[in-house]
Write a protein that binds this ligand. Structure first.
Ligand code: DUC
Ligand code: ZN
Ligand code: ZN
Length: 484
């Protein structure tokens, strides 16, 4: 028997800490050897010929086939969503098993497994969404779920069907502390949004661009500060998801200065889109609907703050927050009609496939950060944060053979991003027409080529569910005691 199933030869290997030329030997889906020149035979050899090779991307925030309450439907199920991820170099996704208010978390997880089974083409874990933090859910359901590998949970400070009040947030954070789970926080002040929305609609200001007016930066800043304070009170780390701009960044900077363990995520939409993408006049309302997401894209000055917080190390991870709603059809952006007011347009933009190429092109090749930081933001840190490291998120002996071999174009040979290059079931990309210089030539998922030379080639159901380790040590004692 050949010692390797596959050798990737002459790779320019980049991890968080290293960059070197080498051969990667793969057997049964795992990396079993890395050397300057691997002796021995393999059933297959891929000559990477000096090409950059990075760990497969870990997308720690995306939405596939999640139940909704407004008649809308996510365009991607676990097949099309993971296909799209794979074609853009992502080999692990972590979408959300979402509890319904009044419902059970265990039921949400079971339902979500049914949705994923037989469909995913790359590996996946689940975050939990705790939408109803009843004492019995935190006491009777959450501990067993964490034990079984659902070790991160998201809480919302807005959206009527999902939001927790401060007391419920505190109880959930205290449970996460006891269990060693990571809490992700969607930080926007619900009452501020409701008040602004009511007044905007009453004044007839209903077009998509008023979505941004209904959720200005102060709304996110206040909730970010409150989430940090609640986490400090309970003495547990949190991750602030989809941070959109300067004022939230300042709160995180402030918290870090106080030594608080506050992690932060941002997404390509906050680097590359702005409030202008929601429409600058009201002539084509559906056009602006394409870029409605929450928090909304801010002004162009905020994009600079996002980029510099990526370079400086403030952000822990970059995720896509892939939330695909098609423009056409009855369940997408137009679910409430083409002339619907901004508050009735489903929130979210697609991006699971474009996350890595955009970060490589605009971040690394754009000179904003180096390839090590790229790997950290897109793969290693999300794997660590969610208890998947070192199986996922790095290139090392013993890790899964999840690799991206890059096609990087010289300056002057950029190509244009078009929706028809993509593999999501969503019918548009908000980045249409963007100039890019990087795309994966090959994506390996556990040693299987799932994307190669422009061809997707994986069978539905070939992705595996990944139970996650606890990212934090469970903590005993009463957190209130530190305030006595
Ligand atoms: N905002 C969210 O909170 N979730 C999905 C998409 C979005 O825009
Ligand atoms: Zn969110
Ligand atoms: Zn989201």
């Amino acid at each position: 028997m050949a010692p390797f199933d596959l050798i990737v030869r002459n790779a320019d290997i980049a991890t968080v800490g290293d960059r070197y030329r080498g051969d990667i030997g793969i057997r049964e889906g795992r990396i079993v050897a890395i050397a300057q020149a691997l002796p021995g035979e393999a059933a297959e050899v891929i000559d990477a010929a000096g090409r950059l090779v990075t760990p497969g991307g870990v997308d720690g925030h995306c939405h596939f086939d999640q139940p909704t309450s407004d008649g809308s439907r996510f365009a991607d199920d676990f097949f099309t969503g993971t296909r799209s991820a794979a074609c853009g170099g992502t080999t692990t996704v972590i979408p959300f098993a979402c509890q319904q208010k009044g419902g059970s978390l265990v039921d949400a997880v079971e339902d979500y497994h049914r949705r994923a089974n037989g469909k995913a083409v790359i590996d996946y874990a689940f975050h939990l969404i705790v939408a109803d933090a009843r004492p019995e859910v935190l006491r009777d359901e959450l501990p067993a779920l964490v034990e079984q590998g659902y070790t991160s949970l998201k809480v919302y400070m807005t959206y009527d069907d999902l939001k927790l009040d401060d007391r419920q947030m505190i109880e959930t954070l205290a449970a996460a502390r006891r269990l060693g789970a990571m809490t992700m926080v969607h930080a926007e002040n619900s009452d501020c949004i409701a008040w602004l929305t009511e007044h905007l609609l009453a004044a007839g200001l209903t077009a998509p661009r008023y979505h941004a007016s209904s959720r200005p930066m102060a709304v996110e800043r206040e909730a970010t500060h409150r989430a940090i304070s609640l986490a400090e009170l309970v003495d547990t780390p949190i991750l602030l998801v989809h941070v959109s701009g300067q004022e939230a960044i300042e709160q995180i900077h402030w918290a870090r200065g106080r030594g608080l363990p506050i992690h932060a995520e941002t997404c390509p939409q906050y680097m590359l889109l702005s409030a202008e993408d929601l429409g600058i006049d009201d002539s084509d309302p559906m056009h602006g609907a394409r870029c409605i997401c929450s928090p909304p894209p801010r002004d162009k000055a905020n994009q600079k703050f996002i980029w510099s917080a990526l370079s400086s190390g403030l952000f822990t991870i970059v995720s896509s927050d892939h939330a695909p709603f098609s423009m056409a059809g009855p369940h997408g952006k137009g679910v409430a009609g083409e002339q619907a007011s901004f508050d009735r347009i489903p929130n979210g933009v697609p991006g699971v496939e474009t996350r890595l190429p955009l970060l490589m092109s605009e971040g690394v090749l754009g000179g904003r950060f180096d390839v090590h930081r790229f790997v950290e933001l897109s793969a290693t840190s999300p794997a660590r944060l969610y208890g998947l490291y070192p199986r996922k998120g790095t290139i090392a002996v013993g890790s899964d053979a999840d690799l991206v071999v890059w096609d990087i174009r010289p300056e002057g040979e950029a190509f244009t991003l078009r929706h028809d290059m993509l593999h999501s079931a969503c019918d548009y990309t908000p980045y249409e027409g963007l100039s890019l210089r990087a795309w994966p030539a090959l994506t390996l998922s556990r040693g299987r080529a799932v994307w190669r030379d422009g061809q997707f080639q994986a069978a539905p159901g070939s992705g595996q569910f990944l139970p996650c380790a606890r990212p934090l040590a469970p903590r005993g004692g009463e957190p209130f005691a530190r305030w006595v």
